[in-house]
Design a protein around this ligand. Sequence first.
Ligand code: SF4
Length: 79
Amino acid sequence: MSRADMTWRNRGACNGLDPAVFFPESDDHADEAKSICAECSVRVSCLEYALAVRERDGVWGGLTERERRRIIRQRRRSA
Ligand code: SF4
């Protein structure tokens, strides 16, 4: 997916919601964001974008930064 292709964002279930929900103070407070992402039709695009740009903060595609780092490491190992 092109990094420039951000059209999926308009279809995100988080559209119009309080962004603070998606930037919890810690992973322990990420449940609300994760449950919204779980119902989101563009979750995969969102997650792949965050992985591609190494997004550091917030919940993207249902995963926290720590969880995304784990995926990046796993992909690197299996590449
Ligand atoms: S997966 Fe989550 S953060 Fe990404 S667009 Fe959907 S609701 Fe928003």
